[in-house]
Design a protein around this ligand. Structure first.
Ligand SMILES: Cc1cc2nc3c(=O)[nH]c(=O)nc-3n(C[C@H](O)[C@H](O)[C@H](O)COP(=O)(O)O)c2cc1C
Length: 208
């Protein structure tokens, strides 16, 4: 008895499968789980370029990226640790948090500080500029995961300070730092899994 051949997938199902694979493969992999394999400039450029293709209301393209590599990561780590000590009341300084700020940037070959440049005329609401930057980070994260890279969006409270913003060179007080995007290659060959709650609990259908 011969087996029936599996019918080929229709084009829509194929495209959907490709989108599902890309989106569901995106994973947070933290610097402590990154190897010291360098990130080739060509790959980094491709990731940044995809960030640049995020949607943007009014074409303001508010994302700004500050890429720290090599010794630059040490400068970033020193600044972050000093800033944390400066703005935290002495009796509230957490040694584990301080240590993380000092060491984490050195565990990833690339750390990208994420900036939002506020539009001069403020025509577009600020929240939409932040949303556009988040879309840019998502584009970069999807690209990184697609090629098997480890990536992590970190947002310690120091990110949102004026000191951080201005140290990065975001000169307008309305600009913002939205955290750090760590990039590298995973140490493990095993790709991590994640879960999400039921989508039907987060959707309200209104048909009439
Ligand atoms: C805006 C933003 C900020 C984040 N900041 C942190 C952070 O400071 N620390 C952290 O552990 N994870 C942070 N994350 C990553 C989440 O922890 C991560 O996305 C979540 O655990 C789900 O895992 P997944 O990305 O693999 O799906 C952040 C994510 C977003 C979108």
């Amino acid at each position: 008895m011969s087996e029936e051949p599996t019918p080929p997938l229709d084009p829509m199902s194929l495209r959907l499968a490709a989108a599902n694979a890309l989106i569901r493969r995106r994973r947070t992999i933290k610097p402590r789980d990154m190897s010291d394999k360098p990130v080739e400039p060509k790959v980094l450029a491709a990731i940044l370029e995809n960030g640049n293709w995020a949607p943007t209301h009014g074409m303001t393209e508010p994302w700004r990226f500050f890429v720290f590599t090599g010794e630059g990561r040490q400068r970033l780590a020193d600044f972050c640790a000093n800033l944390y000590e400066k703005i935290t009341p002495k009796d509230q300084v957490r040694p584990d948090k301080l240590e993380k700020l000092k060491t984490q940037p050195l565990l990833a070959p690339v750390v990208i500080a994420i900036g939002m440049k506020r539009q001069e005329i403020e025509k577009i609401p600020e929240i939409e500029e932040v949303e556009a930057v988040a879309c840019a980070v998502q584009n970069m994260h999807l690209t990184a995961s697609a090629v098997g890279m480890a990536a992590f969006w970190s947002s310690p409270p120091i990110s949102y300070t004026d000191e951080m913003r201005s140290w990065l060179g975001l000169s307008d007080e309305r600009d913002k730092c939205l955290g750090f995007f760590y990039l590298g290659w995973p140490e493990s060959e095993e790709w991590p899994e994640s879960t999400r709650g039921d989508i039907t609990e987060k959707v309200t259908m209104v048909a009439n």
